[in-house]
Design a protein around this ligand. Structure first.
Ligand code: 6PG
Length: 260
């Protein structure tokens, strides 16, 4: 697993804009070398802020939207179109403004879908969809994502993997149903750490002083059960994209040299 790298931007707007520019370049490079790209989106303010910045980016359409596979790291288990769903918010922030191929937008199941309110069956179906998309060259039962993005909660949760709860302890399955999430809504579908760690690059997004303690804990050697963000590592790169407020409690030695 790759050692975390940190980039600290002056404020959350600049962090979102810089991360969006970074994502454009990553997708364009993947499409140039492989003919397609695969990205995992995250819910939350920082994740949606990045998507909104990407929608406004001048270089946005350097991306061939028809050759981009989009997945989610987690989803609030609600009816299709519910404003609280991560995919609803992603569509509003970006996807409704670009010509994505609907067959390559892999939303997680909703409660009005084929599995109804059975979140565990819904999770199994998403795991099966991931496995179908995984090629022989991929590591196990998920495609090799070029970039997997994660917001970081103030308790160090990522996706819907919360400290000490069952989902963060999962070592076999790639997708699980989450019951009793401390962050509402209580029922969710989430990738697990093994699935997260199959990504080439994992980018963790954290802005605001309410994340400063979580960032310091996750980067200070805490275990992944107590601090799930600490276990979110990419195969070739793990990148923490922060603003100065979220980096404020980091030991100075961890602070990147060019930071504001
Ligand atoms: O479904 C969700 O809520 C998200 O996937 C969750 O993991 C989020 O990314 C973090 O809670 C950070 O959220 P903020 O960026 O809004 O603080």
């Amino acid at each position: 697993m790759s050692t975390p790298q940190l980039v600290v931007h002056h404020d959350k707007e600049l962090m979102a804009q810089a991360a969006a520019a970074r994502l454009i370049t990553k997708i364009v490079d993947a499409q140039a070398s492989r003919g397609e790209a695969s990205v995992v989106l995250t819910g939350g303010r920082n994740g949606n802020g990045l998507l909104a910045a990407l929608a406004a980016a001048p270089a946005r359409d350097a991306i061939d939207w028809s050759r981009l596979d989009l997945w989610w790291g987690d989803e609030r288990f609600l009816p299709t179109g519910d404003p609280e769903r991560n995919d609803t918010q992603a569509r509003e922030a970006l996807l409704d403004q670009v010509p994505v191929d609907p067959k390559r937008v892999h939303a997680m199941p909703a409660t009005d879908g084929p599995w109804g309110t059975d979140v565990d069956a819904a999770a199994e179906s998403y795991a099966a969809e991931l496995a179908r998309a995984a090629g022989p060259e991929n590591h196990g039962a998920v495609p090799t994502f070029d970039v997997l993005m994660l917001g970081v909660g103030p308790d160090t949760h990522v996706a819907s993997l919360f400290p000490e709860l069952p989902a963060v302890r999962e070592t076999e399955r790639t997708v699980v149903g989450v019951h009793g999430s401390p962050k509402p809504p209580p029922t969710r579908v989430s990738l697990t750490l093994p699935a997260i760690r199959s990504a080439r690059e994992v980018w963790l997004l954290a802005a605001g002083e309410d994340k400063a303690e979580a960032v310091a804990i996750a980067l200070s050697g805490a275990g992944e059960i107590q601090a799930p963000a600490a276990g979110a590592r990419g195969r070739s790169r793990t990148l923490w994209l922060l603003d100065a407020a979220a980096a404020a409690q980091l030991p100075r030695a961890l602070y990147p040299p060019a930071s504001p």
